[in-house]
Design a protein. Structure first.
Length: 263
C-alpha cells in the first residue's frame, strides 16, 4: 500500500479555504458506503499536486485518486470509529474541524468587509505623515570597543581616509566596501544610529562613538535628500490587506469582549 500523505492542521485549513471554489459536486466513487464527490476529489488533487486539478491528468491523476480511495478505505473501518473517540485522536479531529471553520469564517468576514477606497486613501495619508521626511547616504565603521572607536575618530581628525579605515577595521558586513550603507530612511536603522545620522551635517562624521547592540560605530553622513513617498497604487494592495486584517482583529476583540462578559 502507498504511504498516505499527512493531514496536519495547516493542510486542513488550506483545504477548507478552497472548498468553496467547487460547485455542482457529484458523487464519483463510493467506498464502504461513503460517497466521494467530485469536489473532494478535485480538492485532494489540487492539495497534493499544488496545481489546478484540470492540469493533473493520466497516471498522476489516477494515482492520486487511488491515494484518496485508500484514505476512505482506512477511515471507514469499524476500528476507525473506535479510535476517533479516543482522547488524542478526538482532540486532533476537533482541532482540525475548528481550524477549518475558523479560517472559512475569517475569509468570509474579510470578503464582506473589504477596505473601501476612502479607507485606503485615509490610511495612505496617515502613512505618508508618519514616514521620515529625509533619507541619508552614509558609511560606518563598526568595532567592538569604545576605545577602538575613539582611536578611529582621532585618526579621522588627523586626516585619515574614512573608507580606508573602514576597510581595515570595520567588523560589519559593509567593511570591505568602505562601510558603505547606501541610501536609507531613519526607520530602517536602530534608533541610536539613525538619531546620530539625523543630527549631523552632510560630509561630517560623528565626533563621539555611537553605541548600539551591534557594537560601537563611527559614522560618516555623506549625503541627504528629501524622501519620496511611495505612490498610492504602489502600496494599495498592502494597505488594503492591513486595513482588512485590522477589521478582522477588531471583530475578534469584540467577540472576546462578549466572551468575557458571559464569564
Amino acid at each position: 500500500m502507498k504511504t498516505l500523505p499527512g493531514f496536519g492542521l495547516a493542510g486542513a485549513i488550506a483545504i477548507g479555504v478552497s472548498l468553496s471554489t467547487f460547485a455542482n459536486a457529484e458523487t464519483v466513487l463510493t467506498v464502504n458506503g461513503a460517497d466521494i464527490d467530485s469536489s473532494v476529489i478535485e480538492l485532494y488533487i489540487e492539495s497534493r499536486s499544488q496545481r489546478p486539478a484540470a492540469q493533473v491528468v493520466g497516471a498522476e491523476r489516477d494515482s492520486l485518486i487511488e491515494e484518496l480511495t485508500d484514505i476512505y478505505l482506512l477511515s471507514t473501518q469499524p476500528r476507525a470509529d473506535e479510535l476517533a473517540s479516543e482522547g488524542r485522536t478526538a482532540a486532533q479531529l476537533e482541532l482540525q474541524k475548528r481550524g477549518i471553520l475558523a479560517q472559512v469564517v475569517a475569509t468570509d468576514f474579510i470578503a464582506n468587509n473589504t477596505a473601501t477606497d476612502e479607507e485606503i486613501l485615509e490610511e495612505y495619508g496617515r502613512q505618508i505623515e508618519l514616514a521620515p521626511p529625509k533619507q541619508f547616504k552614509a558609511r560606518h565603521i563598526l568595532v567592538e570597543s569604545q576605545a577602538a572607536a575613539v582611536d578611529l575618530i582621532t585618526q579621522l581628525d588627523e586626516g585619515a581616509d574614512f573608507i580606508e579605515l573602514a576597510k581595515e577595521n570595520s567588523t560589519g558586513p559593509s567593511g570591505p566596501n568602505g562601510g558603505d550603507l547606501g541610501w536609507f530612511s531613519p526607520n530602517q536603522m536602530v534608533k541610536p544610529f539613525s538619531d546620530a545620522v539625523a543630527a549631523m551635517e552632510d560630509g561630517a562624521y560623528t565626533p563621539e562613538p555611537v553605541q548600539t547592540q551591534f557594537g560601537w560605530h563611527v559614522i560618516l553622513r555623506e549625503e541627504s535628500r528629501d524622501a519620496e513617498p511611495p505612490t498610492l497604487e504602489g502600496v494599495r494592495d498592502v494597505i488594503k490587506q492591513r486595513i482588512e486584517q485590522q477589521k478582522l482583529q477588531d471583530y475578534l476583540e469584540g467577540l472576546r469582549g462578549q466572551l468575557e462578559g458571559t464569564g
